[in-house]
Design a protein around this ligand. Structure first.
Ligand SMILES: NC(=O)C1=CN([C@@H]2O[C@H](COP(=O)(O)OP(=O)(O)OC[C@H]3O[C@@H](n4cnc5c(N)ncnc54)[C@H](O)[C@@H]3O)[C@@H](O)[C@H]2O)C=CC1
Length: 424
């Protein structure tokens, strides 16, 4: 998991941080002094605060042994609070390092209040589905400090420990506050019955579900999904449709090699099966207050949220140019091209270009980032990228290179994509 690269939150300090509430976690845990840092003079942002500098030194030291730190962290955690084990999947190797990675991500962004708050609030809301409650946080903090103390032998001392304790207090308080606020309006998860399961080729299925309660979300976002066959193993999938009046949700799933959840969803799931959905997340959403053009790059099943965004623009009734480049390795991997071409026929403002990278094609040949560069100019466009992490990374580089400013480039977090792409 990583902080969104294009935070939806435009800035400002949420009340919970600005007022630096007394920690509800016990005397050891005192939050970071955010107010001070938030008012640092302009231009000084590049200088890390003293706490952030200490935290980064520890991070640099443990990076080469991150696996060992993670294992030790969980060993300490379950030793201190054995009941917590039940919140994690039976096979810990599947998502063993997710919690730890999230803590490290927060540490990396220690000085960036808007990014930190957006990221952690989403994380706090998302943790409700695991059964996480405020009382669990101190044990996690103790295990984190214990693991760092054991492996950061060169940089760990009382000052570093105090900086980490302050950071962890801030992290957990933002997550606890976000979860508490969410509890007032949303369930921790939704049950959703599969109502349609449409195989598109040997490893891709389009799956439609009916949530048991209204599920508010925005086109471009994603949800974590748990199947009945792999309890407590959650994977993210983007919504492939804009919100519909009948409340149904659609996902595009490719069964990746050794992919437990994706394999079960493609090859095993049938109408009538019930999955669980976490809350919607992600900031790759369209700004409907502008008529600026939208440049959309969708690679493989990454076309799902792009299709949702196209439907979203259609629903808002605005005519803004939407240029979709739909990438696949081979012609027959363009499993949703017919749907997009149908949308193109109906909407004058939409243009869809299939791009094939690894085989002969009657359409455009090459990798998405290179092909997109040949069109344009794109400088006045907002860009949306969705697909394999390598495509998103090189796509962002290409778009920055042709002059689209970073704040107009939206995509899901690369760490989250890497976790989905690499983990079973
Ligand atoms: N919101 C999002 O960003 C979403 C992302 N995904 C991710 O998209 C991926 C889809 O996988 P597949 O369908 O197997 O895609 P794929 O591996 O078949 O590739 C799809 C397209 O991306 C291009 N591509 C792949 N690696 C590239 C690189 N390093 N540089 C430039 N272009 C590259 C290929 O040439 C092809 O055009 C998964 O990793 C999935 O997690 C899926 C749905 C939503």
């Amino acid at each position: 998991m990583d902080a969104p690269s294009t935070p939806a939150n435009g800035g400002g300090i949420p009340a919970s941080c600005a007022t630096a509430p007394p920690s509800s976690l016990g005397s050891r845990w005192q939050p970071l002094a955010y107010q001070e840092r938030a008012h640092r003079p302009e231009g000084s942002a590049a200088q890390p605060s003293a706490d952030a500098a200490l935290v980064r030194r520890t991070l640099a030291e443990i990076e080469p042994v991150a696996d060992k730190v993670t294992s030790y962290f969980y060993a300490l955690l379950f030793l201190r609070d054995p009941d917590l084990r039940a919140l994690f999947p039976a096979a810990m190797d599947v998502q063993r390092d997710r919690l730890f990675k999230a803590l490290l991500t927060a540490a990396r962004h220690a000085d960036d209040v808007p990014v930190l708050t957006t990221y952690l609030s989403e994380l706090g809301r998302g943790h409700r589905k695991y059964g996480t409650v405020a009382a669990h946080y101190p044990a996690v903090g103790e295990a984190l400090l214990g693991a760092l103390a054991r492996y950061a032998t060169q940089t760990w001392d009382a000052t570093a420990e105090a900086a980490w304790a302050r950071l962890y207090t801030t992290v957990s308080q933002i997550m606890i506050d976000a979860a508490a606020a969410d509890e007032r309006t949303s369930p921790p998860w939704w049950q959703a019955e599969i109502v349609a399961h449409e195989p598109r080729n040997h490893d891709i299925a389009v799956i439609t579900v009916r949530p048991d309660a209204p599920y508010p979300y925005r086109a471009g976002q994603h949800a974590s999904v748990e199947t009945p066959w792999w309890p407590r193993v959650w994977r993210h999938y983007s919504f492939a449709c804009a919100p519909r009046s009948d409340g149904l949700l659609t996902f595009h799933v490719r069964a990746v090699p050794a992919g437990w959840v994706s394999g079960a969803l493609v090859h095993r799931a049938r109408p009538g099966d019930v999955v669980r959905l976490g809350p919607p997340a992600g900031s790759m959403v369209a700004d409907h207050s502008t008529d600026d053009g939208m440049l959309c790059l969708g690679g493989g099943t990454g076309i799902a949220p792009i299709k949702a965004l196209v439907e979203d623009v259609a629903q808002h009734g605005r005519s803004r140019p939407v240029e979709v480049f739909y990438g696949a390795r081979h012609d027959d991997d363009l499993y949703d091209l017919d749907t997009l071409l149908r949308l193109q026929k109906v909407h004058r403002w939409l243009s869809v270009r299939p791009v094939v990278s690894d085989g002969p094609t009657l359409g455009l040949s090459g990798r998405l980032p290179q092909v997109v560069r040949k069109y344009g100019p794109w400088t006045a466009y907002e860009a949306f990228l969705s697909g394999p992490p390598g495509m998103v990374r090189s796509g962002v580089d290409a778009l920055l290179g042709i002059g689209i400013p970073p704040h107009r480039i939206r995509h899901d977090s690369l760490d989250e994509l890497l976790a989905s792409a690499g983990a079973p």
